[in-house]
Design a protein around this ligand. Structure first.
Ligand code: 1CP
Length: 345
């Protein structure tokens, strides 16, 4: 059964819609006072993620408060390493940290390919969210791309350069492939289960794509993303967002996904030419939302004119920053809804 507002799914399949659908990366979270309130009642981030009732509540908040055309299940990409045997902790105002990281054969031997049951809490949250949404909008499932997950597992935390992870690719390519393959297989189990639990569409986040060379990207990242897309089949549309991978757009046109996410560095006309088979998603710079309401309207219209009325899903070029004002976010969303309808007349 299709959701009542199925604009996102229709657009993802390349079908015409009455206006451009919109959702935002990191739409649930710290920009919303309502989120911060729920977050305070949960002991910490992981309790929130692992309590389906709370995860459901914050997943639905942006649908009701901001008016986006989809919900994205509240979780994190780092639940996969945890299910594989590498525990993470979320430090307040800092981000994820792994008490142990992967550096040796012994570390690799301590991991296993995750089975869907090990992420039952996410699947329960998806089922509950679907029930509560009552078909109002579609639900997006997601996972990190193997390369981005690998980076955190090797590095043990976020990094500007991910030089330890890149060192591993240069010095131990076979070891790297073994770990990447384990992550990819875990991700296939996980995303298949998300779809079975009710996810209407899925997105793969390759947040650290842009730090690899084109050759390394093809060998250590896109190959695994492509494997995952093939394994998932065509029951639901698939979005691939590879931040900074402007150099891989032509190759991305050939993989088995429906939508390619663009960041703000990627020119829109150029991306259309390189990705003729794909629907495009994006790509307003989240910093554009620091401008005045008039600035936001102007930048939004400029973006919509460049994408044109079809084969586009409006989003940002990366996640919302936590200090963005809610009225600017609403202005972006409302302008997309209103102005994109006029482009069809
Ligand atoms: O306490 C808090 O509120 C912590 C902030 C937070 C939130 C709200 C983190 C820490 N993760 C999340 C949720 C989350 N993470 C979602 C669901 C919410 C939504 O989208 O509305 C999603 C899709 C993610 C995905 C995610 N986590 C990515 C990929 C997207 C991206 O931004 O590039 C990455 C890289 C992470 C890791 C992560 N989790 C949190 C932080 C601060 C980070 C980045 C750490 C770093 O490398 O610096």
């Amino acid at each position: 059964m299709l959701p009542m507002n199925d604009r996102l799914i229709s657009a993802a399949k390349g079908l015409a819609t009455d206006r451009t659908p919109i959702w935002l990366m990191r739409q649930a979270g710290r920009i919303l006072p309502e989120y911060r309130k729920v977050r305070e009642t949960a002991k910490d981030f992981k309790t929130l993620v692992k309590t389906p009732e709370l995860a459901t509540e914050v997943t639905i908040q942006p649908v009701d408060i901001l008016g986006v055309d989809a919900a994205i299940i509240f979780s994190d990409i780092l639940v996969i390493p945890e299910a594989m045997g590498l525990n993470y902790e979320m430090e307040e105002n800092k981000g994820p940290v792994f008490p142990k990281r992967i550096t040796s054969e012994a570390d690799l031997a301590s991991l296993h390919i995750a089975q869907a049951e090990e992420l039952q809490y996410v699947l329960d949250a998806i089922r509950l969210t679907k029930k509560e949404l009552q078909g109002k909008v579609p639900l997006i499932g997601f996972a990190g791309a193997p390369w981005t997950i690998f980076s955190y597992m090797i590095e043990g935390k976020g990094s500007k350069t991910f030089s330890q992870a890149k060192k591993m690719l240069y010095t131990q390519p076979a070891f790297s492939h073994r770990l990447l393959d384990m992550i990819a297989q875990s991700t296939i189990h996980y995303l298949k289960a998300q779809i079975k639990a009710g996810a209407d569409i899925v997105q793969i986040f390759d947040s650290w794509a842009g730090i690899l060379s084109p050759d390394q990207y093809a060998e250590f990242s896109l190959k695994y993303i492509s494997k995952i897309c093939d394994a998932l089949g065509n029951d639901v549309p698939k979005i691939v967002f590879a931040k900074g991978a402007f150099f891989a757009r032509a190759e991305m046109n050939t993989i088995n996904c429906d939508v390619v996410g663009l960041d703000w560095n990627m020119g829109i006309a150029e991306s259309r030419a390189l990705l003729p088979n794909k629907v495009l998603q994006g790509n307003l710079d989240p910093c554009a939302l620091y401008g005045s309401l008039d600035d936001v309207r102007r930048e939004t219209k400029k973006m919509l004119n460049a994408f044109g009325p079809h084969k586009h899903i409006a989003n940002l070029g990366h996640g919302l920053y936590p200090d963005t004002e809610v009225d600017k976010v609403k202005c972006y969303i409302d302008t997309v809804k209103e102005y994109s309808a006029t482009l069809r007349r």
